[in-house]
Design a protein. Structure first.
Length: 500
């Protein structure tokens, strides 16, 4: 992908993801100088006139009634960053931090924040030079902006805080980065906004799209391994209930199993022809609903990536500075909760298919637990236990964060979104689902191989070949933890989805 240009215009989720994963650079356009100057002039006039303007000549939150004299407006900016840098917990992953830097720069470049272009350039310098601020993962309630995380993100701009460089955490003062001095409102504008939540959402969406594609592949493999029927995936069935995601998943599964000798070998067998279990024949309906949920999440993120989420907002045309609530994370919190529920179901139905493959009573003649020497060996028995544990964990993580609210700032900020926590939970669920699907794929591939000499479909055969290039057949008991993670890694990169 070409470099992503920060020019005050919208970005797409795919552009942000490319920067987050290190696949594209980001740079500022020369246009931001003229675009940002008018709002900065409004801020400077407000300071000189001694007007009462929230965030410029007043304190913040519950301290908004405190007037700040001109002599203190700049020192206030430093106090904001230092006092708000109180996050705790493990650092956020590098991909999320890259996205946060990009999105902070994008919002400020729009020209409604009243900061200098220098701030945008320095944020992008951190990004381009790989000086990634260490941002603790806990401390935001998803309103008034992701305040504590953003304070840690911004500290390196003034030469404070810590950065990760080539995987090593160092004090910012130890790296070759020239700090800047902050002017009025610049500290506040570095704290307000939804970009932390948005960054997590973009990263989660990218991974989730790979997951739903991998789930279709896993289902196709399981249908073959279990002597399933191809008829539930025929287009005339799904045209009668044409949800876009359902149509897509059904078509993908049908294409994958087309031409399978394994399925064709029992197509006229009454025992197999009546009905398959829901986890097989309802896969398009479930996977498709997940696809549609992710499409909704993408639409919300797309709006967010073209929005002004600072506070207060500067209107250069009128000279007004208006305190509003665009920083509130509720739109994101809702879709993250919805996506968490949807992806958890993707893992739930996958575990049910795996259980059928491993259970000798329901596997249509496969060896118990796919063991080479059942009884003496346990085969893949315990992998289903692992799936069960991950599915159960997802159920807990799927409890919605957005229905909670703990008032902050002395009751001034009396309703918050908890969208930051929703984003964190969503990222954890993504990891769990990836491993659940990896286990299903491992078991289904092994099950198909037990159907030899019948040959799988050309589509599933490509997947089997790719899996066998990284994981050998289970011909004797061994630890499979590393193999699960290897297949999970193949899913994460999107390589397995590219086979279809």
């Amino acid at each position: 992908m070409d470099a992503v240009i920060v020019n005050g215009g919208p970005l797409s989720p795919s552009q942000v993801a490319a920067v987050a994963f290190g696949e594209a650079k980001a740079r500022a356009s020369d246009q931001i100088e003229s675009r940002m100057a008018p709002a900065r002039e409004v801020v400077d006039r407000a300071v000189d006139s001694h007007d009462i303007v929230y965030g410029i000549t007043t304190g913040f939150g519950a301290l908004a009634t405190k007037h700040i004299g001109k002599e203190d407006t700049e020192s206030l900016q430093y106090n904001l960053l230092r006092s708000h840098a109180t996050g705790v917990g493990d650092p956020m992953p590098d991909d999320v931090v890259r996205a946060m830097l990009l999105l902070r720069a994008r919002t400020l470049s729009i020209g409604h924040s009243g900061v200098r272009p220098l701030i945008v350039h320095k944020l992008l310098e951190l990004l381009s030079r790989g000086f990634l601020p260490v941002v603790p993962s806990q401390g935001s309630v998803g309103a008034s902006g992701d305040l504590a995380p953003f304070a840690h993100l911004a500290l390196p701009l003034i030469g404070e805080g810590r950065v990760r460089v080539d995987g090593e955490i160092r004090d910012t003062k130890e790296v070759d980065f020239a700090p800047i001095s902050l002017l009025t409102k610049e500290g506040l504008s570095l704290l307000n906004g939804t970009e932390g939540m948005t960054a997590m959402g973009v990263v989660a969406l990218h991974h989730a799209c790979n997951l739903v594609s991998a789930a279709d592949i896993a289902a196709a493999l399981s249908v073959e391994a279990l002597y399933g029927s191809a008829r539930p995936f025929r287009p005339e069935v799904h045209n009668l209930r044409p949800h876009p995601g359902q149509l897509d998943s059904a078509a993908r599964i049908a294409a994958l199993i087309s031409g399978s000798e394994i399925i064709e070998s029992h197509s006229d067998d009454f025992h197999h022809a009546v009905q398959d279990a829901y986890s097989l024949r309802c896969a398009p309906q479930v996977h498709g609903a997940v696809r549609d949920t992710l499409d909704h999440m993408e639409s919300v993120l797309t709006v967010e990536l073209s929005s002004v989420v600072d506070n207060p907002i500067v209107f250069p045309d009128t000279g007004e500075v208006i305190s509003g609530g665009n920083f509130h994370g509720e739109p994101l919190a809702f879709v993250y909760d919805f996506a968490s529920i949807a992806l958890s179901e993707l893992a739930s139905i996958s575990e049910r298919r795996t259980d059928r493959i491993l259970d000798p009573a329901r596997s249509q003649g496969l060896p118990p637990f796919l063991a080479a020497n059942p009884g003496v060996e346990s085969g893949y028995m315990i992998t289903q236990y692992v799936q069960a544990a991950l599915v159960a964990e997802n159920k807990v993580l799927s409890h919605p964060a957005s229905v909670d609210s703990v008032p902050t700032s002395g009751g001034q900020e009396d309703h918050v979104s908890m969208g930051w926590g929703g984003g964190k939970k969503l990222l954890s669920i993504v990891e769990n689902v990836r491993r659940v699907l990896a286990i299903e794929i491992l078991c289904a591939v092994q099950g198909i191989e037990y159907r030899a000499p019948l040959r799988p479909a050309p589509g599933t055969a490509r997947v089997i070949t790719a899996i066998r290039e990284v994981v050998p057949p289970l011909d004797t008991d061994r630890s499979t933890s590393e193999e699960i993670d290897i297949v999970a890694g193949v899913i994460e990169t999107g390589a397995i989805s590219g086979l279809v």
